[in-house]
Design a protein around this ligand. Structure first.
Ligand code: FAD
Ligand code: NAI
Length: 467
């Protein structure tokens, strides 16, 4: 078979790219080695984690907060097996949806490992070892990422787990030790804490969520600690030993060196980042260049150093986020069809789906200081927002950073209920190069949490009404 485009990998980057290419009239095929489409995100990432976050939040609400609303349901009982099947039905619904969309758009699908066999040639190696050779004008590599391993710590996905194992636990661990206070550690740590685990998070750096605004990180850590999560910052793990009865001993010491300490755990979650995945892809056959972190190097049109081979998503540089991969998928398909696809990397929202949520877009205060850009800050706490007060969800704030000269919004950071949805408004505003004044003059419905955004925009000019 001969194609205009073959996409290797059907995660959010790959399947979206294939659909857009087919819409634009390119004869397109995808190759996927997993049994279902949707990649890490739909199968073992975004979707199952959000299903468990949703279900565990409902459990905690019923357990701790319903009585405050005057609802007496007694003590709720956890049926973890049922909760896991709720999660799986969300995953199945989404992966089947992608299968349907690929079919609807007449994208040919091949199951097996894709290997670049030479310029314009992709070999599909099926599970039983059989192979098929496909020809194509262009190849888009969208093979995603894999878990970063901690040297000397073996992940068995039972006692020492990655995010994949942490989504599949059959029992609530009594003690869960999480290595890494990044987004996976805090999201999945929240899930198991809500369901009854004692959770201790070990972080090498002196803060949680590095990369996010520092003030946000500090307040967020305080909120999670209030919920019962224990943090050991500036701490390094020097070893994990698994013993009888499936338990583990984690040895830690201060990051700068000092007295070691031993922590007992029923489950240890290793969540120290992800690395690009290119195993068995045959990059060497044609000499596709990668950088020192193993990421495929591309130019601003997603082209690698080899003519006709492109790459997108987690396998290239940039934030490892599903929506970033999707937007790159659309952009590269449009470029291949002769259009001018483009992604604005300055406006990619980043959300942590805990309770409360954390959402961020644009520059942090630390980045603005480093770049020497003068800025004004407008902050508004949810304690002063009518709807948050009525709902009893007053933790957190909205912070808007605006250029001191032009008032253009440079970054927005939110800790609070529904922050992941709230951030969309400011992302649109930033795409249109809005000033804080533009947001402040936009009528926001009352009573909504979005009024906190308007008030933060007013606060940039020191004229917030409700504080
Ligand atoms: P992937 O989704 O990794 O897809 C790559 C696909 O390529 C896979 O299906 C793989 O099987 C296939 N593949 C690899 N090699 C080959 C080969 N040689 N031949 C054929 N097929 C191959 N991001 C968010 O934006 N929001 C979230 O809430 C979120 N939650 C997450 C939660 C967890 C627990 C994890 C682990 C990640 C989460 N992410 C989230 C990150 C998100 O999953 C990734 O950024 C996204 O999946 C990247 O998309 P991709 O298309 O580049 O790669
Ligand atoms: P991460 O990069 O978010 O966090 C890893 C954390 O581990 C960092 O705080 C880092 O300082 C720490 N760390 C690194 N080495 C360590 C060590 N040896 N000991 C102790 N701490 C150590 O990575 P994470 O949480 O694994 O997530 C991977 C990727 O998946 C993220 O980059 C994110 O983009 C994506 N993701 C996105 C989600 C979302 O958008 N809501 C949800 C889950 C994952």
């Amino acid at each position: 078979m001969s194609y205009d485009l073959i996409v290797i990998g059907t995660g959010p980057g790959g399947y979206v790219c294939a659909i857009r290419a087919a819409q634009l009239g390119l004869k397109t095929a995808v190759v996927e080695k997993r049994a279902t489409h949707g990649g890490t995100c739909l199968n073992v990432g975004c979707i199952p984690s959000k299903a468990l976050l949703h279900a565990s939040e409902a459990f905690e609400e019923a357990n701790k907060h319903f009585s405050e609303l005057g609802i007496d349901v007694g003590t709720p009982k956890l049926d973890l097996k049922k909760m896991q099947s709720f999660k799986q039905s969300g995953v199945d619904g989404n992966t089947k949806g992608v299968e349907f969309l690929l079919k609807k758009n007449k994208v040919d699908t091949y199951h097996g490992r894709g290997r670049i066999a030479g310029a314009g040639r992709v070999e599909v190696i099926s599970d039983d070892g059989g192979n098929q050779l496909l020809e194509t004008k262009n190849i888009v590599i969208a093979t995603g990422s894999d878990v970063t391993r901690l040297p000397g710590v073996e992940i068995d996905e039972k006692t020492v787990v990655s995010s994949t194992g942490a989504l599949e636990l059959a029992e609530v661990p009594k003690r869960l030790v999480v290595i890494g206070a990044g987004v996976i550690g805090l999201e999945l740590g929240s899930v198991w804490r809500r369901l009854g685990a004692e959770v201790t998070v070990i972080e090498y750096l002196d803060r949680v969520l590095p990369g996010m605004d520092g003030e946000v990180g500090k307040q967020f850590q305080r909120i999670l600690a209030k919920q019962g999560m224990v943090f050991k910052l500036s701490t390094k793990v020097t070893g994990v030993e698994t013993g009888k009865k499936g338990r583990a001993t984690v040895t830690v010491e201060p990051a700068q060196g000092g007295e070691p300490e031993k922590l007992e755990a029923d489950v240890v979650l290793v969540a120290i980042g992800r690395v690009p995945y290119t195993e068995g892809l045959g990059l060497e056959t044609v000499g596709v260049a990668t950088d020192d972190k193993g990421r495929i190097e591309v130019d601003s049109h997603y082209a690698t150093n080899v003519t006709g081979i492109y790459a997108i998503g987690d396998v290239i540089a940039g934030p490892m986020l599903a929506h970033k991969a999707e937007d790159e998928g659309v952009a590269v398909a449009e470029i291949l069809a002769g259009q001018s696809g483009h992604v604005n990397y300055g406006v990619i929202p980043n959300v942590v789906y805990t309770f409360p949520e954390v959402a961020s877009v644009g520059k942090t205060e630390e980045e603005l200081k480093k770049d020497g850009i003068a800025y004004n800050v407008g902050k508004f706490p949810f304690t002063a927002n009518g709807r948050a007060k009525a709902n009893g969800t007053t933790d957190g704030f909205v912070k808007i950073l605006a250029d001191a000269q032009t008032d253009r919004v440079l970054g927005v950071h939110i800790v609070g209920a529904d922050a992941g949805n709230l951030i969309a408004e400011v992302a649109v505003a930033m795409e249109f190069a809005a000033s804080a004044e533009d947001i402040a003059r936009t009528c926001h419905a009352h009573p909504t949490l979005t009024e906190a955004i308007k008030e933060a925009a007013l606060a940039v000019d020191k004229r917030a009404i409700h504080v």
